[in-house]
Design a protein around this ligand. Structure first.
Ligand code: ADP
Length: 311
């Protein structure tokens, strides 16, 4: 069983009060790949980098986490995208991007694209997010869709996470069309009601629910006493509430790690409800720490290696 996560990791600069910048790396599907690798899943990150030192450092960091690099293409003369996080005096963070020329956007263009597509179609499970879809433009998205259709024809599965960032899209109609196409292809859908409402307005939940029965759906609902995952599998629906988190420090990568916990548990043979509980546990640990990537020592033991008692 081999999993591929498709997307973009960028150079992250956090601006301090005195204007100095601290460098990190960040990207939604990369976070998911990292947590999958930590949970023992064989996972490759599928992206394009440049031939600069930051690209080298990113690749080295991913390899140290056990993420497979075989689908990382290097584009000569290109660089990764970059963003700055500013925190205003009230503690509110804002994100500012330089990513239009990022190497990752050309994953489905140029001479290496055919090789990437052929390799991608051979995976057992491919994880892609709404942010990944926004990277490639209409032509690249069509190439990705054809590749995923070939993967499904072979019996491979697709997981789609509805991460929606309005700024990544020229307009909402294009985003809606791309999301509808991805939802229709996905075997497993991670959706947040918040994303769906931004994108589809009041019809958001219905857009996802038309795939119930065919696809496994995890709908994350926040508000009320705490987050709840509504898990729809076949004719069954269960609501799995998140456990209490002692102190929410930073919600970066909450959804990304949630997806990794859920996927790893399902791949280990756990039932959907147990997978949602495992996903909440991992996300709960991640939001208790600063940044997207928590120390390894803080990883909760999801007991995925033990034989499943609930599958
Ligand atoms: P994102 O906005 O990154 O997609 P979500 O808001 O969907 O993230 O949250 C993902 C998961 O993170 C939730 O399902 C839950 O497990 C965990 N989580 C987020 N906020 C809280 C919270 N306040 N208390 C407990 N768990 C939380």
């Amino acid at each position: 069983m081999r999993v591929a996560c498709i997307g973009e990791c960028m150079v992250e600069l956090s601006e301090r009060a005195d204007g100095s910048l601290v460098r990190g790396f960040g990207g939604d599907t990369l976070n998911t790949a990292l947590y999958l690798a930590r949970l023992g899943v064989a996972v490759d990150y599928v992206t394009a980098l440049g031939d600069d030192v930051w690209s080298d450092e990113m690749a080295a960091a991913w390899a140290r986490e056990g993420i497979g690099l075989r689908q990382v293409r290097r584009l000569p003369g290109r660089m990764p995208g970059l963003y700055i996080i500013r925190t205003d005096p009230a503690g509110e963070r804002s994100f500012h991007y330089w990513r239009e020329r990022a190497a990752a956007r050309d994953l489905f263009a140029g001479p290496g694209a055919a090789g990437t597509r052929a390799a991608l179609a051979a995976y057992d499970l491919v994880y892609v997010s709404g942010i990944s879809l926004s990277l490639y433009g209409a032509g690249g998205r069509a190439a990705l869709a054809e590749t995923l259709a070939a993967l499904r024809a072979r019996g491979g599965r697709i997981a789609f996470d509805t991460n929606y960032r309005p700024r990544g899209w020229p307009d909402r109609d294009e985003a809606r069309a791309a999301f509808r196409a991805a939802l229709a292809m996905a075997d497993l859908i991670f959706a947040s009601v918040e994303d769906l409402d931004w994108l589809f307005g009041a019809a958001g939940e219905a857009e996802v629910m038309r795939h119930r029965g065919r696809a496994e759906i995890v709908l994350k609902v926040s508000g009320g006493p705490g987050p709840v995952a509504r898990v729809l599998h076949g004719a069954d629906e269960t609501a799995v509430p998140a456990g209490p988190v002692a102190r929410v420090v930073d919600t970066t990568a909450a959804g990304d790690s949630f997806a990794a916990g859920y996927l790893a548990a399902r791949l280990a043979g756990r039932a959907p409800e147990a997978a949602a509980a495992a996903a909440h546990r991992l996300a709960g640990a991640v939001i208790g720490h600063r940044g997207a990537v928590i120390p390894k020592a803080a990883m909760p033991d999801l007991a995925l290696r033990a034989p499943a008692s609930d599958a």
